[in-house]
Design a protein around this ligand. Structure first.
Ligand code: ADP
Ligand code: ADP
Length: 226
């Protein structure tokens, strides 16, 4: 039940003397039911590792695999919550929450039904007709979580989801992420520099200067290409 497997995965930006190694060979895995916090200071490579896990970036060496999916991760298997909620300004809240489903080929009526149900689950059903500019930061981040919940992925990857929120609002967003992961039976991986967020998850993976501390016992074999 391994969902994501990184085997000596590294990511470098730039070339030659300007090269920055954002992530040195990272070996780790995410299993169904995991609740993981990738912890470290700003610039330690947390976002880059999360983007590698999401399939949003390719490793410059090593491998990232999604053995549980039987194929490379698609938008439907992996839901990503970004630090800033990245809502589409011209779409209302319900349309934003439905968008990934529509893009994945779900009919608009069904996508809207699931979006409204997800907005209800995270406590913002009353905002369905609002535009993103009308929302507070905490409300917008809940809508971003609802967008993931509506999609129903097997892994939720959240990049500093509380980074721009005050402590109380951040707490609520972590509650909603944990509830959402439980409801979906999904794994949850959160990057954070905030120890109070990290302690709400089951496992903590420290990162420092692009290096992931030995966090998760690697499989003897690299992930199969599927
Ligand atoms: P964190 O999420 O822990 O703040 P990041 O993964 O964002 O760390 O960044 C790790 C390092 O990689 C930093 O030095 C950052 O400046 C660099 N970096 C990240 N993304 C890029 C990029 N797209 N181009 C160049 N450098 C990048
Ligand atoms: P985070 O707080 O999630 O680490 P950052 O503010 O470090 O986010 O980066 C935001 C975006 O800018 C990310 O997509 C990252 O890849 C990119 N980025 C980070 N550092 C650099 C850099 N030095 N050059 C170019 N892009 C960067």
């Amino acid at each position: 039940d391994i969902l994501i497997h990184c085997h000596d995965a590294a990511r470098t930006y730039g070339e030659g003397e300007n090269a920055v190694v954002a992530v040195h060979g990272a070996t780790c895995r995410v299993r169904a039911g995991d609740r993981i916090a990738i912890m470290g200071p700003s610039g330690s490579g947390k976002s880059t590792l999360l983007h590698l896990m999401a399939g949003l970036e390719r490793p410059t060496s090593g491998e990232v695999g999604w053995p549980g999916f039987g194929r490379p991760a698609t938008a439907r298997d992996v839901g990503v919550v970004f630090q800033s909620p990245s809502l589409i300004p011209a779409l209302d809240v319900a349309e934003n929450a439905a968008l990934p489903l529509v893009l994945a080929g779900t009919g608009e009526a069904e996508a809207r039904r699931r979006a409204l149900s997800a907005l209800d689950a995270v406590g913002v059903a009353d905002l369905a007709d609002k535009l993103p500019e009308e929302l507070s930061g905490g409300q917008a981040q809940r809508v971003a979580v609802a967008r993931v919940l509506a999609l129903g992925p097997r892994v939720i990857l959240a990049d500093e989801p509380t980074g721009q929120l005050d402590r109380a609002t951040g707490r609520h967003v972590v509650d909603v992420l944990l509830d959402t992961a439980r409801e979906l039976g999904a794994a949850l991986v959160v990057t954070t520099h905030d120890p109070t967020v990290g302690e709400r998850l089951t496992e903590r993976w420290p990162m420092h200067e692009g290096r992931l501390a030995a966090a998760s016992v690697p499989d003897p074999a690299p992930p199969a290409h599927t």
